[in-house]
Design a protein around this ligand. Structure first.
Ligand code: CU
Length: 66
């Protein structure tokens, strides 16, 4: 699944988002492209639960591809 996160601006944001996703699913693999404001997650959890973890970390994810 892939999310646009327009309010992700730096490595700190990338780290916070990665941590939030891993907290929701410790088995998730997370790839963040800060320049593209794109977060790619490989997880068995539903995209809306992953998105909720990112929201809870203070960011605004928009699902691009489930
Ligand atoms: Cu930041």
């Amino acid at each position: 699944m892939q999310f646009s996160v327009e309010d992700m601006r730096c490595e700190h944001c990338a780290h916070a988002i990665t941590g939030a996703v891993r907290e929701a699913d410790p088995l998730a693999s997370v790839a963040v492209d800060v320049g593209a404001k794109c977060v790619t997650v490989d997880s068995r959890m539903p995209p809306d639960e992953i998105a909720k973890a990112v929201v809870d970390a203070g960011y605004t994810p928009v699902i691009r591809h489930a």
